[in-house]
Design a protein. Structure first.
Length: 96
């Protein structure tokens, strides 16, 4: 069940935390880690804050969060947020 963006705002905390919604209208908390954002920024030679990298690649990150949600993994250490990892971003950008 694909996720869609709930709101445009997000929180920079240990990476970026953002909210999406499933087809049933339930809110799904998501996070892309600081490490994933830094690794991707280094690969594409982009400087800036975690928020700047997130904004530049938001659609890709949201697609990855949706795919992770559909696959029922991975979640963060607390099991409460869909986690977009560095490996997921690298895998999708290599195949593009």
């Amino acid at each position: 069940m694909p996720l869609t963006r709930l709101r445009d705002d997000y929180l920079e905390q240990d990476g970026v935390r953002f909210l999406m919604v499933d087809e049933g209208g339930s809110t799904v908390a998501c996070r892309v880690s600081h490490e994933a954002l830094r690794d991707h920024a280094n690969r594409v030679q982009l400087s800036g804050t975690d928020g700047a990298v997130f904004e530049a690649y938001r659609e890709l990150i949201e697609e990855l969060a949706s795919a992770a949600y559909d696959a029922e993994a991975p979640f963060d250490d607390h099991g409460r947020r869909v986690l977009v990892t560095s490996e997921a971003i690298a895998r999708i950008t290599r195949s593009a």
